[in-house]
Design a protein around this ligand. Structure first.
Ligand SMILES: [Zn+2]
Length: 68
């Protein structure tokens, strides 16, 4: 079984909660689940991975694709 007893340094650079959430989302996605979050601006339910990461939908981002 996965060892969860390892001591993790509380680094401000890392955001363990975000990482744990992302791992859960990916695990759920493997089983066909779609996880959504609410847009921080308008409250729309977002399911696209980038929108979920940002908690802001494409409309509220002004349709500006910030990815490289
Ligand atoms: Zn929105």
């Amino acid at each position: 079984m996965f060892n969860t007893q390892s001591i993790r340094p509380r680094s401000e650079a890392e955001q363990p909660d975000d990482r744990v959430i992302r791992e859960h989302i990916e695990a759920l996605a493997e089983h066909g689940y779609v996880v959504g979050v609410r847009c921080r601006n308008c409250g729309a339910i977002l399911t696209a991975r980038r929108s979920v990461d940002l908690h802001v939908g494409p409309v509220c981002r002004g349709r500006v694709d910030t990815s490289a």
